[in-house]
Design a protein around this ligand. Structure first.
Ligand SMILES: Cc1cc2nc3c(=O)[nH]c(=O)nc-3n(C[C@H](O)[C@H](O)[C@H](O)COP(=O)(O)OP(=O)(O)OC[C@H]3O[C@@H](n4cnc5c(N)ncnc54)[C@H](O)[C@@H]3O)c2cc1C
Length: 580
């Protein structure tokens, strides 16, 4: 097919799943098992999605260690620690269905760590009332993803590697496909589908310090949905994990899993003080991530950090063999740089870790606000509110992957045959053709500048003045991004960076604008000029494209169901001192 400049291939499928992490694969397996024509694609090789980096665990109220745990207490913990702006329906679906999904993963061969009785073991994780986090050492994401890849291969799910989706194609108001290119050959591709599913992950690479893999999590899913007219929500809520590595430079921001604290790790400042006693004497290091991250930040701001800008995380009081068994990845991650965590503390500092915000969906179907377009996994918003509980996002991927699969199996027959508008497709490819060697600015420089500004202006502590300044700087980057210098063609790294930048610009704008609008502090969103949580802000912020601009508005949340409300009133809570 010719688009005026270049030819492109057209590929037809009933369901196109953009993203091959846990969410995309779980949905694909469901669809394939029911005989639905499905194609999954990712930017990297099969089995190499961001999920592989997930470490500490996946939540479900199995009650292996604490039989008194229940789904409604899991839901209550999630809503409480999400500061009452989680979508109650999302949380209910998650908490009710997680046990079945985890047992299913185990049946499919996921190598979860087991108790002596052969049950799926569970560990403590921050701010959860019971031991609810199932794990495979500290390589849980790898175990889950490999299990899903194997299952997808068994079900013969078609997969395309190294495909970058650059835009969605619409016909009237309906999404009918997606445009992109093959990163190996440079060939332009048009996918025509009855349903397009965004399972393309999050956006923490917008930040200079983040736990993300390099060149991923640039906000692709949010930007693709936004450009297609779909609503986003909760973009102001970005989770900063309390413990990211600080050295060597190439590891800056890399995650030190919460499982270290779940297994008893303690935080100290440079004066040898166990400072969490001051911030959270009851929950200590296992308080919610926002509380611990801000405590670390404050210690450093007030001069009690190490000279090179860190606090210390120490697990060396535990038996070395126990540490190596429970935290093998962390042991190796530090050992390769000469730090033996069985004998000495780790230097850590907060790092951007997870976007609670993303595409607005309906939690019984995965539908977005645009017909033909669906989303699942970290690409979406609503489950985690203002602060995510560790272990809930892996659970979210498999729970909502299955929900979406079930819905599409039932309803796909009603969707029209895909006939992507050729003009719309040509427009997408023309956008790619504008990238060439004659532009003025190196996209890599602009990406670095953007990451620096989002870290500085939309980071762990925010103010109205600084957010406005950040938006001004972002506008300047946007203008310069109109003239990008891309000497190599579509197979070059600069080409990919230029496209990453195109996604990062609207994604960063939503984060800054939402943070400016929300004049309060709630969960991970901390405004120094509005330090209190304000009841009138117990609402969700929505974002959508409006003409050339961005529209933001707020909506009230649905009510919490009776069972979860009762669990909230029963006030379950973790007693950290069990660990001592
Ligand atoms: C270091 C780290 C540790 C974590 N540990 C835990 C944990 O212990 N427990 C927990 O619950 N959560 C954890 N998380 C969070 C969890 O890993 C993620 O939320 C989850 O894996 C997201 O899965 P996903 O399927 O939604 O997306 P991803 O796994 O991010 O997959 C996204 C997919 O989309 C593809 N893609 C993206 N953009 C495009 C595009 N434009 N075109 C084509 N393809 C595209 C990618 O190639 C990839 O295949 C951790 C996160 C990090 C960073």
């Amino acid at each position: 097919m010719q688009n005026g400049h270049r030819s492109y291939d057209t590929i037809h499928t009933d369901v196109l799943i953009v993203g091959a992490g846990a969410a995309g694969l779980r949905a694909a397996i469901e669809l394939r098992q029911s005989g639905v024509d499905t194609l999954v694609l990712g930017k990297r090789k099969h089995g190499d999605a961001h999920t592989i980096w997930a470490a500490g665990g996946i939540n479900a109220s199995l009650g292996t260690r604490d039989p008194e745990d229940r789904w409604d207490i899991h839901a209550a913990d999630t809503i409480g620690e999400g500061h009452y702006v989680c979508d109650p329906r999302a949380v209910e679906v998650l908490a009710r269905q997680a046990p079945e999904r985890i047992r299913e993963l185990h049946e499919w061969g996921c190598p979860f760590s087991l108790t002596e009785d052969g049950e799926i073991d569970q560990r403590y994780f921050g701010a959860q009332s019971f031991r609810r986090t199932c794990f495979a050492g500290d390589r849980t994401g790898e175990a889950v993803l490999h299990t899903l890849v194997d299952k997808a291969r068994e079900e013969e799910v078609p997969y395309r590697e190294d495909v970058y989706i650059t835009g969605l194609v619409k016909d009237g108001g309906r999404v009918t496909g997606a445009a992109g290119y093959d990163m190996d050959t440079g060939r332009y591709l048009l996918f025509a589908a009855r349903a397009v599913v965004l399972a393309a992950g999050g956006l923490t690479s917008l930040y200079r310090r983040s736990s993300s893999r390099p060149d991923e999590n640039n906000g692709d899913a949010a930007a693709l949905a936004y450009e297609a007219g779909a609503a986003l929500r909760d973009m102001e809520f970005v989770q900063f994990h309390p413990t990211g590595m600080t050295e060597p430079a190439e590891m800056d921001g890399r995650l030190v899993t919460e499982a270290v604290r779940g297994e008893g790790g303690r935080l100290y400042n440079a004066e040898g003080e166990r400072f969490m006693e001051r911030y959270s004497p009851e929950h200590m290091e296992l308080d919610a991530r926002d509380v611990v991250a801000r405590a670390n930040y404050r210690e450093m701001q007030e001069g009690r950090g190490t000279p090179d800008g860190a606090v210390l995380l120490d697990i060396s009081h535990r038996d070395p063999e126990y540490i190596k068994e429970r935290l093998p990845k962390m042991y190796e991650q530090f050992m390769q740089f000469g730090v033996d965590i069985t004998r000495e503390p780790m230097k850590v500092s907060p790092t951007a870790h997870y976007a609670m915000g993303g595409v607005k969906i309906d939690f019984d179907t995965g539908r977005t606000t645009v017909e033909g377009l669906y989303a699942i996994g970290e690409a979406t918003a609503g489950v985690h509110g203002a602060n995510r509980l560790g272990g809930n996002s892996l659970a979210e991927t498999v729970v909502f992957g299955k929900v979406l699969g079930d819905h599409l199996v039932e309803t796909l027959g009603e969707a029209p045959e895909p006939q992507p508008d050729k003009e719309a497709a040509a427009e997408q490819f023309a956008g790619l053709d504008t990238l060439g060697p004659d532009g003025e600015h190196d996209p890599r420089d602009l990406v670095s500048e953007l990451r620096e500004l989002v870290w500085e202006h939309g980071g762990i502590v925010r103010t109205g003045e600084s957010l406005r300044e950040g938006l001004g700087k972002l506008e300047q980057i946007r203008r310069r991004a109109e003239s990008l210098r891309v000497p190599g063609g579509p197979t070059s790294p600069e080409f990919e960076q230029a496209l990453n930048l195109r996604f990062m610009l609207p994604a960063a704008e939503t984060v800054l604008r939402g943070a400016l609008l929300r004049e309060e502090s709630r969960g991970a969103h901390y405004r120094e000029d509005f330090e209190e949580e304000r009841p009138e802000w117990q609402e969700t912020v929505l974002y959508a494209k409006s003409g050339d601009g961005m529209e933001l508005w707020t909506e009230p949340l649905d009510g919490i169901s009776g069972e979860i409300q009762q669990a909230l009133e029963e006030e379950y809570s973790l007693d950290y001192h069990y660990l001592e």
